[in-house]
Design a protein around this ligand. Structure first.
Ligand SMILES: NC(=O)c1ccc[n+]([C@@H]2O[C@H](COP(=O)([O-])OP(=O)(O)OC[C@H]3O[C@@H](n4cnc5c(N)ncnc54)[C@H](OP(=O)(O)O)[C@@H]3O)[C@@H](O)[C@H]2O)c1
Length: 411
């Protein structure tokens, strides 16, 4: 039944440009100024020469911090930027009442902290982990931490699903479950956060025969985005957040390499390639869904003290020790973007600490011409053309009056 729901936009689809219930975008992020932790476009009507100068100084200081790498990606970076920009909470209390969000990797670490912040702000949040019972236990803990537990009259406020993001069949079933759940409530999704991830020290293969890192970080999120695209379009302006990594700076985009892991296997290389591919996928989906009011962004959370980091890079985690960010600090910009706080048109970029960042730090990592489209084709091969099917379904929906200026011409 839910499969039938997926291709069609639920009745009551609102035009791109609507403000979903309770979402309070703080501004439109382009490449310009940031005020109070929000990247906005250029000067505001209230700008004075002094505030423009102060802003320029902050931007230079932030960029200098970013150039240090360790200073930026460790907890020092969060502390410095919090003071520099006068950050407020990533998601103000009550600002997401009525919003619907899905967070993969929501059972632990960065995903769980993002889910908690979003739930605390009033959103209904679905979290996904491999094991349903573990995910249910995590959902109960998130409800407690977010203060949305028993007594709020809405047990669906934080709900759990079990799915292996590395399995095409399980991701397809997950999308149906989400559609059923959401259809019974609002008929739309305001945000999807792709936070599930791992850094495996040995070569493993998904149930579909894809190297596990590429399957969980790239193929699964591609399929989930495709299957949920109609619900995201119904929730426009909505956001898809890909939780990538600074590791991606070490690799250039190479679609063929995703199918051909390093031999002998090196988990950090497979991971960095998959994380680079996530950033490219965010652009590919962003280009295709912009006309439907769905923004796609990637986030680099810095280095956070989580199980994935401790298990995947134990020596690195031990050396950095007290400099690691807390999972909540790593989740700050993830939740901030998912909550629409960069505005309805966030810069389609890799974000760190509430600002878009460059996607290349070292020479030789620029993608070869056509490589992004080869990545798209590789994902489509593994998911039975899920992306094309989703885009065709969206194109078949009669155009709605465009109040946003974004139009439906993006595809
Ligand atoms: N920590 C860092 O410093 C850092 C830096 C850069 C990027 N990241 C990225 O941030 C994201 C979150 O990582 P984390 O550090 O918070 O790690 P974490 O605490 O180990 O959490 C990983 C999450 O991913 C889920 N997961 C793993 N494999 C899965 C699969 N096959 N199917 C479904 N869910 C799966 C886990 O759920 P279950 O175990 O319940 O299945 C868990 O919720 C990842 O994408 C990671 O690459 C982290």
């Amino acid at each position: 039944m839910a499969a039938a729901l997926l291709p069609a936009l639920p009745a009551g689809k609102t035009p791109a440009g609507k403000t979903p219930a309770g979402r309070t975008p703080a501004g439109t992020a382009t490449s310009g100024t940031a005020t109070s932790g929000t990247a906005t476009s250029g000067t505001t009507p209230a700008s004075t020469p002094r505030s423009v100068l102060a802003d320029a100084v902050r931007r230079v200081a932030d960029a200098a911090l970013e150039a240090t790498v360790v200073g930026s990606w460790s907890r020092l970076g969060v502390a410095a930027r919090r003071r520099l920009w006068g950050w407020d909470a990533p998601v103000p209390a009550g600002s997401l009442a009525g919003a619907e969000v899905l967070v993969t990797g929501g059972t632990r670490g960065i995903g769980r902290e993002a889910a908690t912040a979003l739930a605390a702000a009033g959103a209904s949040v679905g979290i996904v982990g491999r094991d349903l019972e573990r995910a249910r236990a995590a959902a109960a803990e998130i409800r407690r931490a977010a203060g949305t537990g028993a007594g709020d009259g809405d047990p669906g406020k934080v709900w759990a699903a079990g799915a292996d993001l590395g399995s095409v069949a399980e991701v397809a079933a997950l999308a149906e479950q989400v559609a059923e759940r959401v259809a019974a409530r609002t008929g739309r999704l305001d945000a999807v956060v792709h936070a599930a991830g791992l850094l495996s020290r040995s070569r493993r293969t998904s149930p579909d025969g894809t190297e596990l890192t590429a399957a969980v970080h790239v193929v699964g999120p591609h399929l989930l985005t495709a299957r949920l695209a109609p619900l995201l379009a119904a929730g426009a302006p909505s956001t898809v957040v890909w939780v990538s990594s600074g590791g991606m700076y070490l690799q250039r985009l190479d679609a063929a390499a995703l199918a051909r892991p390093p031999d002998p296997y090196r988990g950090s290389v497979a991971y960095a390639r998959a994380k680079r591919a996530q950033v490219a996928l965010a652009h590919l989906w962003g280009d295709r869904l912009a006309g439907d009011g769905v923004a796609c962004v990637a986030v680099h959370p810095g280095w956070a003290d989580t199980a994935a980091l401790r298990d995947g890079l134990p020596r690195f985690a031990a050396i950095l020790g007290p400099l690691l960010r807390s999972p909540a600090e790593g989740a700050d910009t993830v939740a901030w973007l998912a909550a629409g706080r960069a505005g309805p048109h966030p810069v389609p970029a890799l974000w760190l600490d509430r600002r878009p960042r460059g996607e290349h730090r070292w020479p030789g990592t620029a993608a070869a011409p056509g490589e992004a489209e080869r990545l798209w084709a590789w994902c489509e091969e593994r998911t039975g053309g899920a992306g094309a099917a989703a885009l065709a379904a969206l194109a078949a929906v009669p155009a709605v009056p465009d109040l946003s200026g974004r139009g439906r011409a993006g595809r």
